[in-house]
Design a protein around this ligand. Sequence first.
Ligand SMILES: *Cc1c(COP(=O)(O)O)cnc(C)c1O
Length: 380
Amino acid sequence: MTYNDTIGQLPTPCYYYNLELLDATLKNVLKESSRYPGFHLHYAVKANANPVLLKRISRFGLGADCVSGNEVLRALECGFSAGKIVYAGVGKTDREIETALANDIFCFNSESLPEVNVIQEIAERMGTKARVALRVNPNVDAHTHHYITTGIEENKFGIYLYDLERVIGVVQKFPHIELIGLHFHIGSQITDMNVFRSLCLKVNEIQARLAQQGIAFPHINFGGGLGINYDQPYEEPVADFKNYFATFARFYEPLPQQQVHFEPGRALVAHCGDLIAKVLYVKEGKKKKFAVLDAGMNDLMRPALYQAFHKIENITSDKPEEKYDVVGPICESSDCFGKDVLLNGVSRGDTIVIHSTGAYGEVMASRYNLRELPGVFYAG
Ligand SMILES: *Cc1c(COP(=O)(O)O)cnc(C)c1O
């Protein structure tokens, strides 16, 4: 049976993961990062917290980057060692902080002084010490979609540069906090290496400024954000890790012995997943044709949430191409996967593949409209 025949027989809507491609991606990211001693990887669990994928990723020895207490627990269950878990997020609850401390994770990436205060109090109560890196908002524009830009001063993330020395001064006096580094994460789906170059230069500057005051940290964390090629999933199935790490190696000036951390999410898993759907109806308007799928925005939120583009293919038909608006069944106008999409002539029952949905796909699925959650299947 061919790959497309297999896909055609799956109950839909469902996510279909290519675990061989995941392995190939993990091998590549390890090969490219290991060229540079002191580079460490933490997979951003929020991109896809599916245990089958997580176990695969932990087996390759990566650490985990978590943004909730439950993600910390899931990462531990799936084989990530606590000593390689970092934990970020602007709104950590007391209970989540306790969970992370009880499991002795490697580091909290802390987003504000009030938060470090609470971590100090909880660590004191638990008779332990918390390792903390301060998440800094470096005011570098990621030039990506507004909703996935996180490193400019108008958004809620991180400690602002003008306040950094004051915060460091206060935190260094906390007896139950060990301040070990700085953390940066400026946005997502970044494919222009000049953006990472700007980040490196900015961090060099910040580090030089701190050095004048005798402040130096053993760890720097550059977050995630490396993008993938959504337009050409077949031509470029693995993200450009080579160029990515080379950019940091070339432009970032680490302090002696400093360890450099990265938190890729999307780049590791996006191409490994497709959303498979069937056509329920073809509807013809005066000016448009609609392909109504059995998958909706509850299964894949990215197009509705941030106008994300996914390559869409009709794998059943070899009829001439026509333009369709590809929509879901949900009562929201934003329940649309793509407008004016060129597809081979569509009929009821055809199988549609929505490509590169392995990141921020399944993990965001909801039961809106009381629909079932999408199915999940694996190849390889
Ligand atoms: C979301 C997130 C990541 C991963 O981002 P990608 O664009 O998926 O690589 C890494 N670090 C932090 C702190 C995040 O919030």
